[in-house]
Design a protein around this ligand. Sequence first.
Ligand SMILES: C[S@@+](CC[C@H](N)C(=O)[O-])C[C@H]1O[C@@H](n2cnc3c(N)ncnc32)[C@H](O)[C@@H]1O
Length: 264
Amino acid sequence: MSLEPKVYIVGAGPGDVELITVKGMRVLQQADVVIYTDSLVRDELVEFAKPDASVYKSAGMALEDIVNLMVTAVGEGKSVARVHTGDPSVFGAILEQVAMLRKAGVAYEIVPGVSSVFAAAAAVGAELTVPDLTQTVILTRMGGRTPMPQGEQLSGLARHHCTIALYLSATLAKKAVDEFLEAGWDTQTPVAVVHKATWPDQKIIRTTLSGLVRAMGDAHISSHAMILAGWALHPELPEKGDYKSKLYDKSFTHRYRKGEVAVD
Ligand SMILES: C[S@@+](CC[C@H](N)C(=O)[O-])C[C@H]1O[C@@H](n2cnc3c(N)ncnc32)[C@H](O)[C@@H]1O
């Protein structure tokens, strides 16, 4: 199946070139024009573009230049792969591009990807939603140069005592710890930090709220990091074995298995 003359906004995944979706890879291999976020998407991935594709790095380009490039290419009947890190829908800055594409009457399609939150969870071998512990994950960031909307400060969100994934917050660990404590979190709450998840130079830190700032400093991590916090990150949870889901419980029945109690 060949591509249409439109913009494909593709999630590249967290880094490992095998973690792009099959569809994302097909778009990348067939696109006439490839524009990728070179600050976070690996060059090795872009080598899958066809030899005569025009390839551009977007990190040094302004929004208008990126969109003009896409609009012109589609106007010439070409397909464009606009490749973003992780999943485009999370801190991907795609809305501003989509708004301008729509205004220009250019068709687009979004191809999802593996967000760094899931790559980081996999790297530390964690399930982020653990029965009877937490069934909620909040994906957020610390307010810095980009302020948080009202009501979305970490100190408020953390009152849910669920799993919290912090994007774009590697330089704001101290502020994060202060806000977790303000929300009533225990200083011993487990925290995992994964720097450049799935890249060859990936680093993993397992610590607690009280040890976070020092551990990140010792590991020289100040960018490209996913901070996962909450009791679901406890490294010894698998040994405890007392957090079991209903899904595989013998006494529960569902559409695929008969048992004693019905669940969806
Ligand atoms: C502009 S946001 C893009 C997020 C991306 N859309 C995603 O779904 O992962 C960049 C932030 O995502 C996180 N990030 C992206 N790739 C990462 C990776 N391979 N390892 C750890 N964190 C990563 C970091 O928090 C980084 O500061």
